[in-house]
Design a protein around this ligand. Structure first.
Ligand SMILES: *Cc1c(COP(=O)(O)O)cnc(C)c1O
Length: 508
C-alpha cells in the first residue's frame, strides 16, 4: 500500500506542541479544582505536534484532493459553485461562533433574527407560506416534507399509501418515500424527458398521497406542463412535492409556490453557497403552503413586537415592559400537530449564516443574475459539445446538461473512462451514469461562477478526450495517469467499510 499522507497520529512526538504560553506566575491547582464536575480525560491519546506539522499535513491533503478552489468542478446536480470567502469570515464572527444552543432566547436575539429573516427570504424566493430551517441536508428536507404530508393525510383520516416519482427524479426521492413508510411508484417520462400530463392522469388515483418531482428534473429540463400537472394532482387530492435542489436554475424567475407546489426543500449548501462535498455540513430547509404549516418541526422562530401578545410565549421570553418598541424573537415549541424534531436544536446554524450573507450580498437582482448565468453556462457547454458527444434530450436545458457517451462505445470506451481522463486534465468528473434514463450519462453543471475562459478550456479538453477515445482508447482505459492515486475500485470503500485508525507506518 502506498501511503500518500500519514495520519497526524503518525507524526506525533511526545512533548511536541503547537503553542507556547508564558510560565505560570500563580500557584498551580489540581485540574479538579479548576473545572469542578468536568471530566478531563488524560487517557485520551491525542497527537502531539508542532504548528508546522499540522499546517503541512492539511496543506498536503488539500493538494491531493480536488476542490472548487483548485479547479473546475462540473459535478451535475451538486451545484459546486464558488463559495464567497466573505461567508466564512462572517459565520466565524465571535458573537455567532460562540453561541450555545441552550442559551436563553433573550441572549440570542440576533441569531434568532437572522434565522427568522432567512426563513422570510426563502418564503419570498419560493412563494411558500412557511419555512423550517431545521433539516440538515437536502435528503433530510425531503424526509421532513414527506413526513409532514403523511401526518396531513393521517389527520384528514385518508389512507393514502403511495407516492408517485418520475424516473427523472433524484435518487434520494424514492429512497425518502420508502423511509417515510410510503410505497414509491415510478412514472416514465416521455421522449422529451418530461412528465406527460396524460400519463399522469392515468397513473394517479386516490391511493397516492404525493407526486414528488425534481424540477428542473435531473436532465436539467424544466417541466413545461407543470400547471397541468399541478391541476391533475390537486384534483385527485394529491399533494405536489418539489425537490428544490436545482433552484439555482430559476431563482427570481419562477416561484415553486406559484406553479402549484405544496412543499419543497432547499439545499442551502448548494444554491446559497456553503462548501460541501466530502460530507461537510449542509442545510435543507423545507417550505410549505398553509395546509402543511401546522406539521412543521419544532421549534419555529417567531417574531413579535412590543405590546403584541405572543400566542405561545415561551417561559424565557423577554419582558415587554422593559424593552421598548423593538421586535423580539422567540422559539415556538407549542405546536400540537408538529411532526416533532428532526435534528438536535435548530439545524446547522453556520450554514444558515452563510446563506443569509449570500442572499443579502446579492439581493434580488443578484439572485436572478446567478440563475441567468448558470443557465447560460450550461447551454454554452451544451451547444459546444452536442456535436462531439451524444445528446438524447435536445430541448433547451436549464442549469445543467446531460450528455451521452454512447458514441464512443464502438471504440470500446465508456463514460467512466472519459470521466477518469478528465481527472488527468485537472477537472473534476461530471456526475456519471445518472440519470439512469441516459445510458452513458455525463451530467454537467458548470454553475454561474465559471468564466467564459474556464468553460472554453473545459470544452477544449472534452473535445480532445473525444479524439483520444477514437485514436487511443487504451489511454482512456488507463486513465487517470497523473493523479495521486490511479483507478480505484468504485465500490470497495462502501462494501468493505474500514475506518479504524491504524499506525500506517507499521503497515508498509
Ligand atoms: C443534492 C441533491 C439532493 C440531496 O441533497 P443532499 O443535501 O445531498 O442530501 C436531492 N435532490 C437533488 C436533485 C440533488 O441535487
Amino acid at each position: 500500500m502506498t501511503v500518500l499522507e500519514r495520519l497526524l497520529f503518525d507524526y506525533s512526538r511526545e512533548g511536541r506542541t503547537a503553542y507556547s504560553l508564558p510560565g505560570l506566575d500563580v500557584p498551580e491547582l489540581p485540574v479538579e479544582n479548576l473545572l469542578p464536575g468536568a471530566r478531563l480525560r488524560s487517557d485520551n491519546t491525542l497527537p502531539e505536534l508542532s504548528e508546522i506539522d499540522i499546517v503541512r499535513h492539511y496543506h498536503r491533503l488539500s493538494i491531493l484532493n480536488h476542490h472548487v478552489d483548485k479547479g473546475f468542478y462540473p459535478l451535475g446536480s451538486c451545484t459546486m459553485k464558488y463559495n464567497p470567502k466573505v461567508n466564512e469570515d462572517l459565520c466565524r464572527l465571535p458573537g455567532l461562533l460562540a453561541l450555545h444552543p441552550l442559551q436563553p432566547a433573550e441572549t440570542i436575539q440576533g441569531a434568532l433574527r437572522l434565522m427568522y429573516e432567512l426563513a422570510e427570504y426563502l418564503k419570498e424566493i419560493s412563494g411558500l407560506d412557511a419555512v423550517s430551517l431545521q433539516p440538515a441536508a437536502g435528503a433530510h428536507g425531503e424526509l421532513t416534507g414527506v413526513m409532514m404530508i403523511r401526518k396531513y393525510f393521517e389527520k384528514k383520516g385518508e389512507n393514502r399509501t403511495r407516492v408517485l416519482v418520475p424516473d427523472s427524479a433524484h435518487g434520494t426521492n424514492p429512497a425518502t418515500v420508502t423511509l417515510s413508510g410510503f410505497q414509491p411508484v415510478p412514472l416514465a417520462s416521455n421522449e422529451k424527458g418530461q412528465i406527460d400530463p396524460a400519463a399522469l392522469e392515468k397513473a394517479l388515483d386516490d391511493s397516492f398521497a404525493c407526486f414528488m418531482i425534481t424540477n428542473p428534473n435531473t436532465l436539467g429540463i424544466f417541466e413545461k406542463d407543470i400547471r397541468a400537472i399541478s391541476e391533475i394532482a390537486h384534483r385527485k387530492g394529491v399533494l405536489l412535492y418539489m425537490d428544490g435542489a436545482n433552484l439555482n436554475a430559476y431563482m427570481g424567475y419562477v416561484r415553486p409556490g406559484d406553479i402549484g407546489f405544496d412543499c419543497i426543500h432547499f439545499n442551502l449548501h448548494k444554491t446559497f453557497s456553503t462548501p460541501h462535498g466530502g460530507g461537510g455540513p449542509g442545510s435543507g430547509p423545507v417550505g410549505v403552503k398553509k395546509l402543511l404549516e401546522p406539521f412543521l418541526p419544532v421549534p419555529i422562530v417567531t417574531k413579535w413586537s412590543s405590546g403584541q401578545v405572543a400566542e405561545c410565549r415561551p417561559p424565557d421570553s423577554l419582558d415587554h415592559s422593559t424593552t421598548g418598541p423593538l421586535d423580539h424573537y422567540s422559539l415556538d415549541y407549542n405546536r400540537p400537530d408538529s411532526i416533532g424534531k428532526v435534528l438536535a436544536f435548530f439545524g446547522n446554524f453556520s450554514v444558515m449564516v452563510r446563506a443569509y450573507v449570500y442572499i443579502r450580498m446579492l439581493g434580488a437582482q443578484g439572485l436572478k443574475d446567478v440563475s441567468e448565468c448558470a443557465v447560460l453556462n450550461a447551454n454554452y457547454a451544451k451547444a459546444a459539445l452536442a456535436g462531439t458527444y451524444g445528446l438524447k434530450y435536445t430541448d433547451h436545458c436549464m442549469h445543467e446538461v446531460v450528455l451521452d457517451g454512447t458514441p464512443f462505445k464502438e471504440y470500446g470506451v465508456r463514460t467512466l473512462d472519459i470521466a477518469k481522463r478528465l481527472l488527468d486534465n485537472g477537472v473534476h468528473a461530471p456526475t456519471v451514469y445518472f440519470p439512469l434514463i441516459v445510458p452513458e450519462a455525463l451530467m454537467i453543471e458548470p454553475t454561474e461562477t465559471e468564466s467564459r475562459e474556464a468553460l472554453d478550456d473545459f470544452i477544449a479538453i472534452m473535445k480532445r478526450i473525444a479524439q483520444e477515445a477514437k485514436e487511443n482508447p487504451q489511454l482512456l482505459h488507463d486513465a487517470p495517469l497523473r493523479t495521486p492515486v490511479r483507478r480505484l475500485d468504485e465500490a470497495k470503500a462502501s462494501r468493505e467499510l474500514d475506518v479504524a485508525y491504524r499506525n500506517t507506518k507499521t503497515q508498509e
